[in-house]
Structures are given as C-alpha cells and as structure tokens.
Design a protein around this ligand. Structure first.
Ligand SMILES: [Zn+2]
Length: 198
C-alpha cells in the first residue's frame, strides 16, 4: 500500500518535472529568437510556485557593467498563462483581441503573459531601461504571439490590442517615451510603416 502510494507520488513528480522542462524549453526558444542569442526561460515549477509571491511578471539580472544574465525567471502565473496560451486563443472570445475593448480576464491574461515574455526577452537582448524594453517588447509582441500559436493576423492584433488597452494601464516605470512611435528612434523597423508591428 505504502509502496503503491510512493509510486503514485513519484510518477506525479516526474510527470510534472517533464511538463515544466518542456515548457521552459519551448519558451527559451522564443526568448532566444527575440534576444538574438541563446538564452533560457525558467518557470518556478510546482513546489517553488507555491512560494512565489513576487509581482513583476519576470526578471533579468544585470551586472555592474550593464551586461544581462542569460536566464529570465518568470512568475508562476505568467508561466501558467503562457502554457495555456494555445488553448486560450482557441476560445471564441479570443477574437476580442481584434478590438480595442477590454476582453475577458482569461484573454487579457494570455495577452499580458506574451508581453511579459517579450519584455524579458528584450532585457536579455541587453536593454536595461524599463521604458525602452517595454517599447521594444510591444514591437516584438506579434512575433512572440506567433511563436505561441497565433496566426500572423491574430498576432498583429494581439500587439495592437495590448498597446491600446493594457499599455495605458501600466505603471509609470513602463511608460513609453516620445521616441516610441512609428519612425521614432526606438522603432525597430524605421524603414517600414506599421505600428507597433514592423
Ligand atoms: Zn523589465
């Protein structure tokens, strides 16, 4: 009886660990593409997740010379929302991202989680300023959304939706500067028209 119980617990622990590893691996690929170098994404996992009470969505450490670490640590809730992004985008109410109305909490959380991954990837690319990282993150949000499973048109809508609906609600540390406009000095593709994507 005790052996059976131990086996069940062990199976659950191994299954959970494998699931987390595959999520970390998938998200690391997305972050590396945005950062332009090999980086990794670390999700807390079940046990650490129980103790996880931070509130920034994610973090990247910078050394005294302004060089970023190669790993971002994401919060439990963000990892959970990224993990379920593919399922969330299949819900009928996800089409709300094509509008500038506030969507259901589930949909807004999926959009926000994608933004956090995009933002931390910008830190990993070497951008230390919160405002600049946020500006670039909004511009690479469509790419992140595509990698999480959105078709191109939907991915572009996700970025435009975040910019219109959620960006104005961000705290002032993450406010976009006057240069964060189409053709501005923070535009990642100054030659092309279209904002925030390309
Ligand atoms: Zn940041």
């Amino acid at each position: 009886m005790l052996v059976a119980l131990a086996l069940i617990v062990l199976t659950l622990v191994v299954w959970e660990a494998r699931r987390e590893l595959s999520l970390d691996h998938r998200l690391s690929g997305v972050a590396s593409e945005v950062a332009g170098r090999q980086v990794s994404v670390d999700c807390p996992g079940f046990l650490r997740g129980l103790l996880d009470i931070r509130g920034n969505g994610g973090s990247v450490m910078f050394d005294a010379n302004g060089k970023p670490s190669s790993t971002t640590h994401l919060e439990t809730s963000v990892c959970h929302d990224l993990s379920s992004y593919g399922a969330t985008r299949k819900r009928a109410d996800f089409s709300c991202v094509f509008s500038t109305a506030f969507c259901s909490e589930k949909v807004e959380r999926a959009v926000y989680a994608a933004l956090v991954l995009s933002h931390e990837s910008q830190h990993l690319r070497g951008i230390q300023s919160e405002s600049a990282a946020q500006c670039y993150a909004v511009q690479t949000l469509a790419l992140v959304a595509r990698r999480l499973g959105s078709p191109p048109a939907e991915a572009g809508a996700v970025a435009a939706h975040f910019l219109a609906v959620s960006q104005p609600r961000m705290s002032t540390d993450y406010s976009l500067s006057a240069d964060c406009v189409d053709g501005g000095s923070l535009d990642l593709s100054p030659q092309s028209t279209g904002w925030p994507t390309a």
